[in-house]
Design a binder for this molecule. Structure first.
Ligand code: F6R
Length: 241
């Protein structure tokens, strides 16, 4: 595991964007796994900027997002579909058909999840997966459990995660209680993983994820078993290590 320690959020975002950019430059038809949340926002900002300056070309890139709220329409400003378009896709030249996101309004959830897994397999697997980290150690919407999940599935979102995500809604009650998410198996199958973590409030969980026992109660701890993980984290997030 490679650890990149950065002074602040800006530097974390820049270092992460540089890693993503080098992936795209080396392999223009890269298959990227992407995350939502506050952490990767700065990184997406740099990528849009570099596209505008002609440094990056997303024409042949394919993306697969980690997760989506259940029962939320694409046009809803709280959907991850909306978030990704606003913060990345609308600012770059990726063709719409190369963007893959779970449909939170799918009638047959089981089919939607199985088709997503099959789609990733047909794409040749994910070359580089971007991850954020939840306060309870979740990655994507894989919450602490008694087992590690394999493929894309439906989950009940933890109370602590609902509370954390309430900052994107007017009221906590508005946060959806369920989501669809790639499984731990999907994430571990990616060629490379880029984990972004910032803020002192993540310091304790980051220490447990990186140095504690590998257990499904701390889902992110499984990353210790991946062959190619780069953690880009701010100084304050690393203060317990
Ligand atoms: C988002 C996702 C989540 C977030 C995590 C951290 O697609 O999968 O696991 O990465 O909840 O969120 P932030 O970055 O808002 O602290």
């Amino acid at each position: 595991m490679k650890l990149i320690r950065t002074k602040n959020y800006e530097e974390m975002s820049l270092r992460a964007a540089a890693l993503l950019a080098s992936q795209i430059i080396r392999k223009p038809d890269s298959v990227l796994g992407l995350a939502t949340g506050a952490t990767p926002l700065g990184m997406y900002g740099f990528l849009v900027d570099w596209y505008r300056k002609g440094v990056l070309d997303f024409r042949d890139v394919q993306t697969w997002n980690l997760d989506e709220y259940l029962g939320v329409q694409k046009v809803d400003s709280h959907s991850y579909y909306y978030f990704m378009h606003k913060n990345l896709f609308d600012g770059i030249n990726i063709p719409e058909e190369s963007i893959h996101m779970l449909d939170g309004m799918a009638e047959d959830i089981g089919h939607e999840c199985a088709a997503y897994d099959e789609g990733i397999r047909k794409a040749g697997g994910i070359d580089l997966q971007v991850l954020g980290l939840g306060h309870d150690g979740h990655i994507a919407f894989n919450e602490p459990e008694k087992f590690f999940s394999a493929g894309t599935h439906c989950v009940a979102i933890n109370k602590s995660t609902i509370r954390a995500n309430a900052r994107f809604f007017l009221k906590e009650e508005e946060v959806p209680k369920k989501a669809m998410t790639m499984g731990i198996g999907n994430i571990m199958a990616a060629g490379k993983i880029l984990l972004l973590v910032c803020g002192a409030d993540k310091a304790e969980i980051l220490q447990r994820v990186l140095q504690g026992p590998v257990a499904p109660e701390i889902p992110g701890s499984i990353l210790q078993f991946h062959q190619n993980v780069t953690v880009v984290a701010t100084e304050d997030a690393l203060r317990e290590m």
